[in-house]
Ligand binder design. Structure first.
Ligand SMILES: Cc1ncc(COP(=O)(O)O)c(C=O)c1O
Length: 445
């Protein structure tokens, strides 16, 4: 029997699982043992369609041989090398490749790459770079960081401080000097929008309110997800991001887009910056950066920010920040092979071709029991269910378990189902997602 067979429960005890109801899970585990293309195999050898690209990260699909080969080669040539006061060519190569395809194209100038080990680390890096930049240009009073309600920026203390998901915050202390814009979710005005919701651009003016409250000279940066993902898929209201950009520019506030989910083709464009045509000062990425194969994060910083910090005596370290695994050679090898696949298969724009099919398929679930909203953009969908009285999340959790038993992996947050399949998905697989969901919704209490 496999050591991980559900019957062998003692082997489940040691692993303290992240973001998981550990006791509930271990009483009835859902275990995956293999993955290829768009399917997982469960430990009891069932095929499970991956409706979530793992955790929004396996954009090119599972089991890509070219990535495995590149990783294996790199491990044999040089497994690890330090990145502090030392370098290795593959990290420079990967940074150069990313710079050449940076969000917004060459004119946006977001082509200075800082490597981290995850999305959370990329976010904390960007927040620290923002504060360091403001100080470097003589704006040292600008230390305040602004996020948004319902935002998710990982789980570091920086990320939860600017994040806006209450369960991630309530137990933990946060950075002083943060504040939040209101979220943009508005079912009353925007339910069942296809693409961008019409109402809510004026919510960006919250930043003016916070400038009035705190003083612009105290604010270093604003960070938002261009499309909020983990909170349950909230595309930005039409005109919202443009307005936020204008207000930031007017007040000398840096704008950071957290593209850990939207980066690398999720919206049908390489980045949300390209999709919306709004250029921030920094972009944080992870996940699709290496097709989820090796943990890695990266900040795309503007030259303006980078160059402002490249000052002072040459022997001086310009930014006292970095990680043991910044620019890890194995992650860089995975990343380079991933970018090759994206380019060869046109995956960074494939979402745009398949988005109309995806949108129509998802919206065909309107009218089914419990469905109170459906939101789609690119290859992302959020399906919001009415909550049971006094049991937020229970209904969606039941659907999640039911779908898994019937061969579909979905993700739920509260009572919202979030879908984000690999960018290689085919139309009949989209139909399989819809059929499985529809059956489940009809039987759901
Ligand atoms: C927008 C966003 N930022 C940051 C993160 C954190 O990334 P990680 O889990 O790699 O630390 C996530 C993860 O889902 C995310 O969606």
């Amino acid at each position: 029997m496999s050591p991980l067979h559900p019957a062998n429960t003692s082997s489940l005890d040691s692993y303290w699982m992240p973001f998981t109801a550990n006791r509930q899970f271990k009483a009835a585990p859902r275990l995956l043992s293999a993955a290829k293309g768009i399917y997982y195999t469960s430990i009891d050898e069932r095929e499970i369609l991956d409706g979530t690209s793992g955790l929004w990260c396996v954009n090119a699909g599972h089991g890509r041989a070219a990535i495995a080969d590149a990783v294996s080669r790199q491990l044999q040539v040089m497994d690890y090398a330090p990145s502090f006061q030392m370098g290795h060519p593959i990290a420079f190569d990967f940074a150069a490749r990313l710079a050449a395809m940076s969000p917004g194209g060459p004119e946006a100038g977001l082509d200075r790459i800082f490597f981290a080990g995850s999305g959370s680390e990329a976010v904390d890096s960007a927040l620290k770079i923002a504060v360091a930049y403001q100080r470097a240009i003589g704006q040292g009073t600008r230390t305040r960081l602004i996020g948004r309600e319902r935002g998710y920026h990982g789980v570091g203390f920086g990320g939860i401080s600017v994040g806006g998901l209450v369960n991630n915050r309530r137990v933990f202390p946060q950075l002083p000097g943060t504040d939040h814009l209101r979220h943009t979710h508005d079912l009353a005005r925007n339910a069942f929008s296809k693409g961008l919701p019409e109402h809510g651009a004026e919510l960006a003016d919250d930043l003016e309110r916070l400038v009035g409250l705190h003083g612009a000279e105290t604010i270093a940066a604003v960070i938002v997800e261009p499309v909020a993902g983990s909170t349950g898929v909230l595309p930005p209201p039409r005109g919202y991001l443009e307005r936020l950009r204008d207000i930031c520019t007017r007040h000398g506030i840096l704008l950071i887009f957290d593209e850990v989910i939207t980066g690398f083709g999720r919206l049908g464009s390489p980045f949300a910056v390209d999709h919306f045509g709004v250029v921030p000062d920094m972009v944080t990425t992870a996940k699709g950066l290496t097709n989820g194969c090796v943990p890695m994060g990266a900040v795309f910083a503007s030259r303006k920010i980078h160059d402002a910090l490249m000052q002072g005596p040459e022997a001086q370290i310009e930014l006292f920040h970095g990680y043991t695994y910044s620019g890890h050679p194995v992650a860089c090898a995975a990343g380079l092979a991933t970018l090759d696949i994206y380019r060869q298969e046109g995956l960074l724009t494939r979402g745009a071709d398949i988005a109309p099919k995806w949108r129509d398929a998802m919206h065909s679930l309107a009218g089914l029991p419990h469905v109170i909203d459906i939101r789609t953009i690119g290859l992302v969908a959020g399906i919001e269910l009415a909550s049971r009285d006094g049991a937020i999340g229970a209904r969606a959790h039941d659907l999640f378990v039911d779908c898994f038993e019937r061969g579909l992996l979905i993700r739920v947050t509260g009572d919202i189902i979030a879908l984000s399949p690999p960018l290689i998905i085919e139309p009949d697989q989209i139909d399989q997602i819809v059929t499985t969901l529809a059956d489940g919704l009809k039987r759901l209490a």
